[in-house]
Design a protein around this ligand. Structure first.
Ligand code: ADP
Length: 568
């Protein structure tokens, strides 16, 4: 009956836990797992990073273009006038080159008059100048007119010629701007031009631009990076790669892979290798490409790390949740068991109270009726009444002590006590009962036991509980031994029997409140399951403890030890 009720309660508990917690939790874990797995987050992260890279590259390319236009415009404004003499034109071109060190040479062309070319002062080379004169002269003579016509139609009168050219010493990358002048009539073929100095581009302009593009300061300030691009995107959920430093490269668009040393310029931290994303540049730097990657990692690694982290978090959460569930299950289980113990306790105690009360009433009534004539019989009846009332008060004392302990109100009155005498007196008052029940009592109290500070009543109660247990849990062999002796700095009080004994697995639990073993004799014997928990509480309050040694079927030995030194 009882176990059915318990099984029911347990079933209900498992069902509640299952429906209310486990099921939703497992579903959540499963759905999340599927989510992380199915959408291939690593690929998404990688793709998002690549998209951000594209934005950053096109943004940077735009800046490069406007920078080149700005530089060219500056030179255009200082170009010689049509009316100037050839010498003046030459001087003005020299001045432009002096003020704009990024140009290698500047030239002005007029139909019929030919071209005037000037080189940067520090690398003047007559041989090269002759080649340039020939080259620009021939070219503009041929195409000058159509160039002017094309430039008239453009919002900005500049056109770019960039790519590799052969100037007699192998292919060299050049970028040349050719422009018309607003003050010159469109019918005339007058053109100006400047060519970027490739050395300057490689050594100064490009490295500076790359540093600017990859600097974290720019990254933190969306205003500077021209809004809605890379870093705004990252804030939509991909913070990871925001902390990663970037590295950029400018290289000839056609041949990077095989010849990384041909890189035009790299930002700090490039450290070789291929760019993750690259963009072919348009005029004025067509023929070149801009590449980007992370310093020391790849978008793929970041994506994989992100997924790995997600799984780790999911795993840790799952473990925590399962741990929580196990703990909850165990604690609720404990509560169920405690509730059962309490209800057992109530029925045990009421039995225990009822039996001595019924006996007391029966014998008192018989005596009252005056039917008992012999003195011996009367004596026997009185002694039964006394014994039963002693049992009653022992039980009530136990319950009262227990409730005080539970409420934290139990106080001990420690006094200097002759403990040998205390043990002797307590046993004396039980001797009759012990012998009546057919027990052989062996009492061994060592002489010279020093006085100790104890609560007399509490120690007596502990001894009574141990003796009572020995009497209750012995069947065939009725033997009880009580020993008091000193063992170095502790005082030991042993109560042994040759009774039913206690299984090893249950030995630690018998000191818990309400706990009773599964032995059939225990079940037919009345008890509250409080005695040993009180004994432990009392001994621990005295700075000692109680231990048990027992073999099922052979008997048990309970040892209470109390410290002699450092007493409370
Ligand atoms: P109670 O005796 O009222 O059940 P106790 O706390 O005194 O409660 O004891 C707890 C349990 O320990 C007992 O129910 C019994 O199963 C076991 N026990 C205690 N003393 C002995 C003993 N001397 N021999 C065998 N079992 C014992």
């Amino acid at each position: 009956m009882k176990s059915r009720r318990e099984a029911n309660a347990r079933f209900r508990l498992v069902l509640t836990l299952g429906l209310a917690v486990v099921l939703p939790a497992l579903t959540l874990i499963f759905v999340n797992y599927q989510h992380v797995k199915s959408i291939q987050r690593d690929k998404k992260v990688e793709a998002l990073i690549h998209r951000d890279f594209q934005y950053l590259l096109s943004n940077s390319a735009k800046k490069m273009t406007s920078k080149a236009y700005e530089m060219t415009q500056q030179a255009m404004d200082a170009f010689p006038l049509d009316s100037d003499s050839d010498d003046e034109k030459g001087q003005k071109l020299d001045l432009i080159l002096e003020k704009n060190p990024w140009f290698e040479h500047a030239f002005i062309f007029e139909d019929k008059k030919g071209v005037i070319v000037r080189q940067q002062r520090d690398h003047k080379d007559e041989k090269e100048l002759a080649i340039l004169n020939r080259m620009y002269g021939g070219w503009l003579e041929l195409d000058g007119r159509s160039m002017v016509d094309q430039l008239c139609k453009k919002p900005k009168p500049i056109m770019w010629y960039s790519g590799e050219t052969d100037r007699g010493m192998g292919p060299v990358y050049t970028s040349t701007a050719i422009f018309t002048f607003p003050q010159v009539s469109k019918d005339r073929t007058v053109l100006g031009g400047v060519t970027f100095d490739i050395k300057y581009l490689k050594q100064k302009l490009f490295p500076e631009l790359l540093e600017e593009f990859t600097s974290p300061k720019l990254a933190d300030d969306p205003g500077k990076s021209e809004g809605h691009t890379f870093y705004e995107l990252t804030s939509q959920g991909l913070k990871e790669h925001k902390e990663q430093r970037l590295a950029m490269i400018i290289f000839p668009a056609d041949a990077f892979r095989s010849e990384p040393e041909r890189a035009f310029a790299t930002s700090a931290g490039w450290n070789g290798g291929k760019p993750e994303v690259s963009l072919n540049l348009d005029h004025p730097f067509s023929g070149l490409a801009l590449g980007i990657k992370f310093q020391g990692t790849t978008a793929q690694a970041i994506g994989q790390k992100w997924v790995w982290q997600s799984f780790m978090i999911l795993g840790v959460l799952s473990v925590l949740m399962i741990g929580g569930l196990v703990l909850t299950y165990r604690s609720v289980n404990k509560q169920v068991a405690l509730a059962r113990l309490k209800s057992d306790f109530v029925s045990n105690v009421s039995h225990e109270l009822r039996t001595p009360l019924a006996l007391i009433r029966l014998y008192a009534e018989t005596l009252e009726l005056g039917r008992i004539t012999t003195q011996e019989k009367k004596h026997e009846y009185y002694s039964i009444i006394r014994k039963e009332s002693e049992r009653l008060s022992a039980l009530i004392n136990n319950i009262l002590d227990f409730s005080r302990i539970e409420a934290g109100r139990k106080e001990y009155d420690f006094r200097e006590t002759d403990i040998a005498e205390l043990v002797r007196n307590t046993l004396d008052s039980y001797r009759y009962q012990i012998e009546q029940q057919g027990f052989a009592l062996e009492e061994q109290i060592d002489p010279g036991i020093p006085a100790v500070k104890v609560d007399r009543e509490a120690i007596a109660r502990a001894l009574v509980n141990l003796v009572n247990n020995a009497l209750k849990y012995s069947d065939s062999e009725k033997f009880l031994a009580v020993r008091l002796y000193r063992d170095q700095s502790v005082l030991k009080l042993e109560v042994s029997d040759r009774g039913i004994g206690i299984e090893r697995t249950e030995q630690a639990r018998i000191f818990e409140k309400f706990y009773r073993t599964c032995d059939p004799l225990v079940h037919t014997t009345k008890g509250s399951g409080l005695g040993l928990s009180l004994v432990r509480h009392i001994t621990q309050a005295h700075g000692g403890d109680v231990e048990v040694e027992s073999t099922p079927g052979r008997g048990s030995k309970f040892t209470v030890w109390l410290p002699l030194a450092n007493q409370i």
